[in-house]
Design a protein around this ligand. Structure first.
Ligand code: GUN
Length: 284
């Protein structure tokens, strides 16, 4: 039976570290959070981000804009926040309504305040190994592995999924940590065979419980980025599950993240760390 990688506990440690550093050094940190429209999941994420700010002693500025907000209005707000020296981080919750171009919005954020790490400058810095903000979910997964005593260097790592937010930066980070990295996706052939080579399997495919023991080598470490509200077996809307069939895979993995309580809480903890980094001027 696999050891549980406890994201709840590790994310709490990180938030406590951020809080201690902010209070010890008297750092004034602030994060502007922008949400457009009323997507219920986005509202929950934004509320959790604001609560984490409060816990850590970070001032949060909240901008809740209606669905019909024009792209120009959003750009004007971002420009105002870019110019405001009291704002250390700017986060625009995604997805945005269809009439707003996400790429234009992300690129409008000052790279020095891009605490989500989504801009071309941040992604480029990660690729060539220079300083920059790293996107929070993949950065959180590295912390989960390190703080659970799992060695990365020299290991075979397979990343399932190639999104800009998780898969691609995850592959770059594992490479930076000296893993041998393979990225598989919907067009990959012999996907199960490739996944079974992994010492560390990171799953970010967005399909509930797709990953069964057929994809997992005995003793592998399995990280599940997925989160789905509907359990396919019970149709119980309140139950959460991941991309991995936890009951089955936990029998053969050496360590595994649960859903909930694995990767999820790490994203917000790493966001708090990025805001502290920005406020502490360490990245500028
Ligand atoms: N939507 C889903 N995940 C994220 C995230 O990490 N940051 C932002 N800004 N939007 C998201």
């Amino acid at each position: 039976m696999a050891v549980l990688i406890d994201g709840k506990k590790i994310s709490q440690e990180i938030k406590d570290e951020v809080r201690d550093e902010i209070s010890k050094k008297g750092i004034q940190a602030s994060l502007a959070v922008i949400i457009v429209g009323d997507d219920p999941a986005s509202r929950v994420y934004v509320r959790n981000k604001k609560e984490a700010c409060e816990y850590c002693g970070i001032r949060s500025l909240s901008y809740e804009l209606p669905e019909e907000t024009a792209e120009e209005e959003l750009l004007a707000l971002i420009n105002k926040l870019n110019a405001d020296d009291s704002v250390d981080g700017i986060l625009v919750q995604l997805p945005l309504p269809d009439h707003i171009n996400e790429d234009s919005i992300i690129e409008a954020i000052d790279p020095m305040k891009d605490v989500d790490g989504f801009s071309r400058r941040s992604v480029g810095a990660l690729s060539i190994g220079t300083k920059g903000f790293v996107s929070c979910t993949p950065a959180g997964i590295i912390e989960l592995l390190k703080r659970s005593g799992i060695e990365i260097a020299g290991k075979e790592c397979v990343v399932m999924g190639r999104s800009n937010i998780v898969g691609k930066p995850m592959a770059m980070l594992m490479l930076r940590e000296n893993a041998t990295v393979t990225v598989v996706h919907s067009r990959t052939r012999h996907i199960e065979d490739i996944c079974r080579r992994a010492d560390i399997l990171i799953v970010a495919i967005g399909k509930p419980r797709l990953i069964t023991h057929d994809y997992v080598k005995d003793g592998a470490v399995v990280i599940d980025v997925g989160i789905h509200r509907v359990d396919p077996d019970t149709n119980n809307g309140r139950k959460l599950c991941g991309d991995v069939d936890f009951d089955e895979v936990s029998q053969i993995a050496s360590a595994i993240t649960p859903v909930p309580g694995g990767v999820g809480p790490m994203t917000i903890a790493m966001l708090m760390k990025n805001v502290l980094l920005s406020a502490g001027n360490k990245i500028k």
